[in-house]
Structure formats: structure tokens, C-alpha cells
Design a protein around this ligand. Structure first.
Ligand SMILES: Nc1nc2c(ncn2[C@@H]2O[C@H](COP(=O)(O)OP(=O)(O)OP(=O)(O)O)[C@@H](O)[C@H]2O)c(=O)[nH]1
Length: 550
């Protein structure tokens, strides 16, 4: 079954929460009437005072059964066992946190791939032979690396390093680089890119778009179901992809949430905020990289409310959530359209900008995959010609997402020329979404502006009727530093919004609020992992729930 993420329904305002909750309760009751009469469900049905939590639980069960049916009952976990798991409040979730798969990544070997096919085979050979076969030279094949050293895979992000092998330093690699490679900066960059690539390839062997992997009726499932129910969704409309994503989002924001929620609960709900409380909240928010402007705004708004009314902690937190959602949705009041969906049967061009390393290429691959899955005709333009390696990297993601890539094989080609070619190809193929990779590392703002505006000119001339959007890709782990870089892009490109990447495992999830407050841009997509499925459209409701709900 194809699930269209672009057209997925979700509540943006969160303002209908109560209304939706009632409707969720009704839905749950209806399904229970029709479906198997589980004791629990019957209880909540018959009790006119069923707590919202019980209702959500019933709703979650109905959704769970529905997904089971969709999947031909491949899921094993028994619902009864669930009761015991779900009753406890979401508090202790803390353990589940982050690192969805602390795989040790057998990165080292892969880098040499000249054309790392999306197929898992190349990696399959390399890994440590399970059986010490009597074969003569099992190891001999792997080391045939032509150029870069077996290398230390410094890949800063993945601190997983299985075994610090004999070569611990990231430096030695510089020494061992052949002289010809040191010769030019371009070569150095190429080497860097190969290393970066090494991180991605191993992701391959993971089960990718598999829909069935981790579905069990556990606390995460119930949490996800509650989030969906609160947005007015019906149990029969829920897709396993949504549950999988919400779980990932919640786990990804685990670190940030842990740093916030318990302390906040303890502080708010004690009446008007005194000086100490203000300091504490300020420190908590700044620690989560919410930024000064957004932090001030949040505290002021909260303080105002708490001066007017005495709220118990739960209500104070609910109000705080509302403040955060309003802040995240603010750009829609300032001219940015709330829906960010490529128009079907029209030509849409999305320019992807951002500094190298922010996750631009990965995002393009994930977006292409999302577009393919949502039934769009998609094409990628490899217009980051500033770094030769970037083109190869985009091509790999093109293969992974089954999307053609238009590139110019020449060196130092004009990016605008690549865009020109890509538009020609897109027009001939009746493409609906053209994703354009652009250079992130130009020497200065002037160059960047010139290049982006040249690309825009070409697009305007060659595709005057296209719907053009410009997205800035930002690395959440950089927090405030990333924002500084972003300001340059915000000036250079007429941005339509931001893609926030690497939210998984970052304790700086609050940077989303800083992005919106400081740049005035809406967040359009968020990335919470390196896999092709790990990027989804942004929902302020779901984000805030993942940030502050147990
Ligand atoms: N954990 C995590 N890693 C990510 C995410 N998005 C991207 N990455 C990783 O970030 C690293 C850099 O990603 P790229 O897509 O190459 O970034 P880029 O430099 O902007 O792309 P180029 O301009 O082609 O260099 C890679 O190792 C990605 O796997 C994410 O959401 N979560």
C-alpha cells in the first residue's frame, strides 16, 4: 500500500485538541462495537467516565488491529500483555532513548567503491568472514584498496567505533595520503568525500523500507497512537509508517526531552514564576538550544498566563506546548503557505541549499524517495559542481531512491548549465518534481548569491510556469552555530523553509524553535536518521509532543 506522506493529514494548530480527543473517544467506541470485544475495551465502553487515557488505549488497540490486518497478521505481540506495559505513565520512557540502532557500522572497507551501488552486495563480501574457511586468501581480496588508506573513518557523527584498531588517530591518514593526492585541495576534498561516503554505504544493509520491522503494542505504539488520535485521526486510517516515524521522532528527541520535561513540570504549575523559576526555565531552554529570542518569548508568554491564572502543572505544561506550537506555526501567519506539497501534474522545482555536511545530499535522496513513494515523477539535478565529489554522492542517492540524476560530467561546469539541462530533461519527461542540489561551500556570500541568483534566472527563463521552492538544510546538532551560517543563505536565496536534519540523538532539538524565531522560516521537513525513510514532513504538533510529552 502506498502511503502519501505529502498529503498526510495532520493537525497544524493543535487547537482542536479537545474536540479531537472527543472524536477519538467516539472512534474508539465505534470500533470497539464492531470489533472483537476485548474485556478492556468493553470496560471503557461501558463506563461513562472512562478516562481519556483509557479511551486512547482503546483507540490504540483498534489502530493496532487494523495495522495487523493490513499486514496480514504478521505481528506477533499479544495485546493483553500490553495492558501491563501501558498503564504506567510515560515517565520512565527515558530508557528507550535515542540511538535507534547502535550498530557498530563496519564502515572501514567500503570507501573505495567506485560506484557504490545501492545493492548490499559489496558490503556483504567485506564483513568479517564468519567461518574461517580453509580458503587460501580470504582477506587478500579486501585490502586491494587502490588509493585511500584503509583509513580511520573519523566520521565525527557516529561515535560508535567498534574497536580502536591499531591506527587510533584520525591524523595518520594525512601522512599516508599519496603525494599526488595532497597536491591539490580538490584532491583533499575528494578524500574527505570518500570518507563521508563510507558512512552512508553501510547504512544499506539495514532493512530499509520494510514496513513490518518493529511493530509491537508497546508504550511507544500507544504514545504514537495518542498523538494521532489527538489530531482527529481514525484508527482505521493509520499507517504503520506513521507509527514507525512517530516512534523514531520520539526516540530521536529523547535526549532533549529528558533534559526538559521533568524539570519543567516541577517548575511550572506553582503559580506565577518567581525569579528562580524564570532562571531555571531559561537555563533549560537555552541548554536545549532554543536560543535567546525564542526563550524570552516563551518565558514572557508563560509568565503572562500564569499571572492571570493559577494552573496545575499538567495544564501549565499543556499551555507551554501551545506556546511552542504557536511559535513554530508563526511563519504561516506571515505569508508562508502552510502546506508544502508538490503540485501534482505540474512542474515543481525545489532548490536545496545549505552548507556541506548539513545533510543536503542525504535529504535530496530521502525527498526523492518520498516523492517516488507518493507517486510523483521525480528527477535530481546535480548542480553542486563546486565539489566534484558532490556529484557522485548525489548519484548514489539517485540510485537508492530510484531517481534519475542529471549531471554534467565535465570539471568545473557551470551549475546553471546543469540546471538548464535538467529542466530540458524534466520537461521532456513530464517530471513533476525536480530536486536541485546546489553548492554549499562558496568562498563568500557574494559568490553564493551570484550562483543562486543565476540558477534562479535560468529557471525563470526556462521554466516560467514552474512552482519554485527553496529549502535550506540545517544540521540540528550544530545548534546556534548552524543558525549563523543559515543567515547567509537566508539572504542569498529566497527561502521557502528549512529542513532540519540529524535530530536523532541530538540534545539540541530545541533549535527548531530558534530557527523559526530567528529566521522567521517555517520548518518543512525533519530528518531523524541516516536511512532513506528517516525524513518526513514537519508537524509542529507532533514535534512538540515528542519534545514535551513523557
Ligand atoms: N544521524 C543523522 N545523520 C544524518 C542525517 N542526515 C544526514 N546525515 C548524515 O550527515 C552526513 C552528511 O550528509 P550529506 O548528505 O553528505 O551532507 P551534505 O554535505 O550537505 O551533502 P554534500 O553537499 O553533498 O556534501 C552523512 O554522514 C549523513 O549520513 C540525519 O537526519 N541523521
Amino acid at each position: 500500500m502506498v502511503f502519501n506522506w505529502f498529503r498526510r493529514k495532520f493537525d497544524r494548530s493543535g487547537s482542536q485538541e479537545e474536540e479531537e480527543q472527543t472524536s477519538a473517544n467516539q472512534d474508539a467506541a465505534t470500533v470497539e462495537d464492531e470489533e472483537t470485544a476485548e474485556e478492556e475495551a468493553t470496560e471503557s465502553d461501558s463506563s461513562p467516565e472512562a478516562s481519556p487515557q483509557e479511551d486512547y488505549l482503546a483507540w490504540a488497540k483498534a489502530a493496532y488491529q487494523n495495522i495487523q490486518q493490513q499486514q496480514g497478521t504478521t505481528i506477533t505481540t499479544d495485546a493483553p500483555e500490553l495492558e501491563s506495559q501501558v498503564q504506567p505513565e510515560p515517565e520512565p520512557v527515558a530508557e528507550t532513548p535515542v540511538e535507534p540502532e547502535p550498530e557498530p557500522e563496519p564502515v572501514t572497507e567500503t570507501p573505495v567503491e567506485p560506484e557504490p551501488e545501492p545493492e548490499p552486495e559489496p558490503v556483504a563480501e567485506t564483513p568479517v568472514e564468519p567461518e574461517p574457511e580453509p580458503k587460501p586468501e580470504p582477506v587478500a581480496e579486501t585490502p586491494v584498496e587502490p588509493e585511500p588508506e584503509p583509513q580511520p573513518e573519523p566520521v565525527a557523527e557516529t561515535p560508535v567505533e567498534p574497536e580502536p584498531e591499531p591506527e587510533p588517530e584520525p591524523e595518520p591518514q594525512t601522512e599516508t595520503v599519496p603525494a599526488w593526492m595532497k597536491a591539490s585541495e580538490e584532491r583533499q576534498e575528494r578524500l574527505e568525500r570518500l570518507k563521508a561516503e563510507a558512512v552512508e554505504t553501510p547504512v544499506e544493509p539495514e532493512p530499509e523500507p520494510e514496513p513490518e520491522p518493529a511493530l509491537s503494542f508497546d508504550e511507544n505504539f500507544v504514545w504514537s497512537a495518542e498523538v494521532l488520535a489527538a489530531q482527529g485521526r481514525k484508527p482505521e486510517d493509520i499507517s504503520i509508517e506513521e507509527i514507525t516515524w512517530l516512534k523514531k521522532l520520539r526516540q530521536g528527541l529523547g535526549k532533549t526531552r529528558l533534559g526538559l520535561i521533568n524539570q519543567l513540570k516541577a517548575i511550572v504549575g506553582q503559580g506565577p514564576l518567581n525569579k528562580d523559576a524564570v532562571f531555571e526555565i531559561e537555563a533549560l531552554l537555552l541548554q536545549a538550544d532554543v536560543g535567546i529570542e525564542a526563550t524570552d518569548f516563551v518565558i514572557e508568554t508563560l509568565q503572562q498566563k500564569l499571572r492571570d491564572e493559577t494552573l496545575p502543572p499538567e495544564e501549565a505544561i499543556a499551555y507551554l506546548k501551545q506556546i511552542l506550537r504557536d511559535l513554530l506555526d508563526k511563519p504561516y501567519e506571515n505569508g508562508y503557505k502552510p502546506d508544502f506539497i508538490p503540485e501534482k501534474d505540474q512542474f515543481n522545482i525545489w532548490l536545496m541549499t545549505g552548507v556541506n555536511g548539513a545533510g543536503k545530499t542525504t535529504t535530496i535522496g530521502k525527498l526523492a524517495h518520498l516523492a517516488q513513494k507518493s507517486d510523483y515523477r521525480c528527477l535530481i539535478a546535480a548542480a553542486d559542481t563546486f565539489r566534484a565529489a558532490a556529484v557522485e554522492q548525489v548519484k548514489i542517492w539517485g540510485q537508492r531512491s530510484n531517481t534519475d540524476v542529471i549531471a554534467n560530467p565535465g570539471k568545473n561546469t557551470d551549475p546553471a548549465a546543469v540546471v538548464f539541462d535538467a529542466i530540458t530533461a524534466a520537461t521532456a519527461r513530464n517530471t513533476e518534481l525536480l530536486l536541485v542540489d546546489t553548492a554549499g561551500r562558496l568562498q563568500n556570500k557574494k559568490n553564493l548569491m551570484e550562483e543562486l541568483s543565476k540558477i534562479r534566472r535560468i529557471i525563470d527563463k526556462k521554466a516560467p510556469n514552474a512552482q519554485i521552492e527553496s529549502l535550506l538544510v540545517l544540521d540540528a546538532t550544530l545548534g546556534q552555530n548552524g543558525l549563523r551560517q543559515a543567515e547567509v543563505f537566508a539572504e542569498a536565496a529566497q527561502l521557502s523553509g528549512v529542513v532540519l536534519t540529524k535530530l536523532d540523538g541530538s540534545a539540541k532539538g530545541g533549535v527548531a524553535l530558534a530557527v523559526v524565531k530567528q529566521l522567521g522560516l517555517p520548518i518543512r521537513f525533519i530528518g531523524a536518521g541516516e536511512g532513506i525513510e528517516d525524513l518526513r514532513p514537519f508537524s509542529s504538533y507532533e514535534f512538540v509532543e515528542a519534545l514535551l510529552n513523557g
